[in-house]
Design a protein around this ligand. Structure first.
Ligand code: BG6
Ligand code: MG
Length: 222
C-alpha cells in the first residue's frame, strides 16, 4: 500500500514549543495558587487552550471559582506570555531531522499536513520558515480537539487521502489517541511506554531518528 500523506503535530514534534506551553501554563497556575508539574503536564499536551485551562482548574479544585469571563482572561494572559516566548524562534529551532523529512516527502510528492490544536501554529511555522513545506494546515477552530480524530481526519480529507494510508506523528498521548481514532498509523516521539500505552505503532525518542524510508518500512507502506 502506498503512503498518501504524513500529518505532523507541531508543538513537541516540529519544535520545542511544548516546553513553552508548559512554562506559560505553570506561571499562570502559580498566579492563582495551583501547582502543576511535568507529570501533570502530560495530560495537557495536545489539548486545546480552554480545555487545558479547565483541566488545570479541576486539578487545583478551583473549577467553581472562575466565571467564563475570568477564564477568558486567564487564557489570554497565558497566551500573551506564551507568544512573548515565541519571538526568539528562528529556523535553527526546528527539531533535528524534521526539515529533512519534509524535503524527502516533497521529493516523493507525498503531501505533508500540519495537524495541530494550536491557534498559534501559522505564526510558529512562519518563524521556522517551514510554512511552504506543508500542503495544508488544519485550522482547529470549530472542530473537536484531540483525542477526537477530527483534526487528523480534516487534514487527510483536505488533501484527498484515505486515512488508512496516512501516517500521523505526535508527542502527546491525546494526539496518538486521535491518530488511532482516525484509523491512521501512529508514530510517537518521546517517552516509549507513555506513548505506546496510548496506542502508538512505533515510538522514537528523538526526531533525528525519523526518515522517510524507516517510516515506510515500519508502516509496511511504500
Ligand atoms: C497543542 C499543544 O499543540 O496546542 C497544547 O500541545 C496547546 O499544549 C494547544 O494548549 C493549543 O495551543 P494554542 O497555541 O492555541 O493555545
Ligand atoms: Mg504536541
Amino acid at each position: 500500500m502506498k503512503l498518501q500523506t504524513v500529518l505532523f503535530d507541531l508543538d513537541g514534534v516540529i519544535t520545542d514549543t511544548a516546553e513553552y506551553h508548559y512554562l506559560a501554563w505553570k506561571r499562570m497556575a502559580d498566579q492563582i495558587g495551583i501547582e502543576i508539574d511535568r507529570d501533570f503536564n502530560e495530560r495537557l499536551k495536545g489539548i486545546g487552550r480552554m480545555e487545558s485551562l479547565e483541566r488545570i482548574l479541576v486539578h487545583g479544585k478551583k473549577a467553581e471559582e472562575f466565571t467564563s469571563e475570568q477564564r477568558e482572561q486567564l487564557a489570554k494572559s497565558k497566551n500573551d506570555h506564551y507568544v512573548s516566548l515565541l519571538i526568539h524562534l528562528t529556523p535553527e529551532h526546528t527539531y533535528p531531522g524534521i526539515k529533512e523529512l519534509l524535503d524527502q516527502l516533497r521529493e516523493h510528492e507525498i503531501p505533508a499536513v500540519l495537524a495541530s490544536a494550536s491557534k498559534n501554529a501559522p505564526q510558529i511555522l512562519a518563524s521556522l520558515q517551514l510554512a511552504d513545506k506543508f500542503q495544508y494546515i488544519v485550522s482547529p477552530d470549530g472542530i473537536p480537539g484531540k483525542p477526537a480524530p477530527d483534526i487528523f481526519l480534516k487534514g487527510a480529507e483536505a488533501v484527498g487521502a484515505d486515512p488508512s494510508y496516512c501516517i500521523g506523528i505526535e508527542d502527546a498521548q491525546a494526539g496518538i489517541e486521535a491518530i488511532k481514532a482516525a484509523g491512521m498509523y501512529a508514530v510517537g516521539i518521546g517517552e516509549h511506554d507513555l506513548l505506546q500505552s496510548a496506542g502508538a505503532n512505533i515510538v522514537y525518542n528523538r526526531t533525528s531518528q525519523l526518515n522517510l524510508s524507516s517510516l515506510l518500512e515500519a508502516a509496511l507502506m511504500e
